[in-house]
Design a protein around this ligand. Structure first.
Ligand code: ATP
Length: 289
């Protein structure tokens, strides 16, 4: 029995870093929401007791560095599973882009193998396991819209934001999240107003959502990679209602309500940026499988 799963990307409507913790991690507060741009994960049982990653994307590791591999390994070890699985990853989400592609693949693998191996785990249990793999995996297990705190693993669900187009533009560079955090100076940061963003979402106030986008990591990535700042300017110039970098970047997204303007922004970016996508917000939590 093959299992097919969708692994959607996320964007950050806010990303704040409060302080560096004694354990070396940063204490964060971020509001994330899933968008309709997804990798496709295909899980197939193997007679041999092994985990095999099949991906035709040269940027995706096919060994234990792959987060989907780590998800399968974690379940195998924790629940003494003796069978194997082939994990096919059809990559649609740009890699190392700030869109949590790897984390979403891991979350989809956890959910799919929960079914394949009849583990009967709840979403909360899968999210707790996910936090052992990476900070964004818990959020990706639930999908939808949420405030994430701690390292990113403490999740408070939110309703769906006011709907709109999301134009994603990824420059050719890949960004290392670790490098961005290493260069972050917490003193003097301009913190986003997370509460105001929560209210904007709860009251479905599109203008307020646009006015409160904020990501403290822009202060690092925009300096390291000036092309990210240029794409932000282009999007604003072509008429996006609001523009922000997602995660540690380099993907920039623009929120846009009107179809005609969405086309204008996409056309304006083509030729300037090779990966441009116009997608919808997925809003509420996605179906479990
Ligand atoms: P985040 O937004 O959670 O910081 P990201 O979108 O910036 O993540 P990913 O696309 O998850 O970054 O990839 C970061 C690195 O992780 C890649 O360079 C790659 O080596 C590794 N990786 C591990 N598993 C995967 C996977 N399933 N898909 C893509 N990259 C993966």
């Amino acid at each position: 029995m093959k299992i097919m799963m969708k692994a959607p990307a996320k964007i950050n409507l806010t990303l704040d870093v409060l302080h560096k913790r004694a354990d070396g991690y940063h204490e964060v507060e971020m509001i994330m929401t899933t968008v309709d741009l997804a990798d496709r994960i295909e899980l197939e049982p193997l007679a041999k007791d092994e985990i095999k990653i099949i991906s035709h994307n040269r940027f995706v590791p096919d060994d234990k560095r792959n987060l989907a591999y780590q998800a399968a390994m974690l379940l195998k070890e924790r629940y003494s599973i003796r069978s194997g699985v082939a994990i096919g990853i059809e990559k649609v989400i740009p890699v190392a882009a700030g869109l949590a592609g790897g984390s979403s693949d891991a979350a989809a693998t956890l959910k799919g193998l929960n079914r394949m191996w009849n583990l009967g785990l709840s979403l909360d249990e899968l999210a707790a396991l996910g936090s052992e793999i990476g900070s964004d995996v818990s959020f990706c297990v639930y999908g939808g819209t949420a405030l994430a705190k701690g390292r990113g693993e403490k999740i408070q669900h939110l309703p769906s934001p006011p709907n709109c187009w999301v134009v994603l533009a990824k420059p050719t560079i890949g960004v290392s999240t670790a490098e961005v955090y290493k260069n972050l100076k917490i003193d003097g940061l301009r913190h986003p107003d997370t509460k105001a963003m929560m209210t904007a979402i709860q009251t479905k106030d599109y203008q307020k959502m646009c006015a409160n986008l904020g990501n403290v990591l822009e202060s690092v990535t925009l300096k390291l990679y000036p092309e990210v700042a240029q794409i932000k300017e282009q999007m604003e110039r072509f008429g996006a209602d609001a523009v922000l970098m997602s995660g540690s970047g380099p993907t920039v997204f623009g929120l846009i309500q009107h179809d005609s303007r969405m086309h204008r922004v996409c056309n304006g970016l083509r030729g300037f940026c090779d990966q441009v996508y116009a997608v919808r917000l997925l809003g509420e939590g996605i179906p479990v499988d």
